[in-house]
Design a protein. Structure first.
Length: 95
């Protein structure tokens, strides 16, 4: 048994508002992460708060944030994406 004091860290009000806007639905995690990334606020602290607000394990939310190339934990500007997938190829996107 330890004598460590457990402190409660409140969830960021902005993230709590986003979670409430989506009805605290676990399936809305990608939408919330996308909104945070668009505001330039996607980092490990906001990922942990998002997980807590939605009742998910933080490692799952972190896995989603690092898996999708449209999300970035580092600030970035002027991202240009070129579609080279089969759908774009069939639509003759090379022209």
């Amino acid at each position: 048994m330890t004598n460590r004091k457990i402190t409660h860290q409140p969830i960021d009000p902005e993230i709590e508002a986003l979670a409430a806007h989506h009805g605290h639905n676990r399936e809305a995690v990608l939408e919330i992460l996308t909104e945070l990334d668009g505001r330039g606020r996607l980092n490990s602290a906001t990922i942990t708060d998002t997980a807590r607000a939605l009742g998910l394990p933080p490692h799952r939310v972190y896995g989603m944030a690092t898996f999708y190339s449209m999300l970035s934990l580092e600030p970035r500007q002027n991202v240009l994406r070129v579609c080279d997938g089969p759908v774009c190829w069939l639509r003759r996107a090379t022209r």
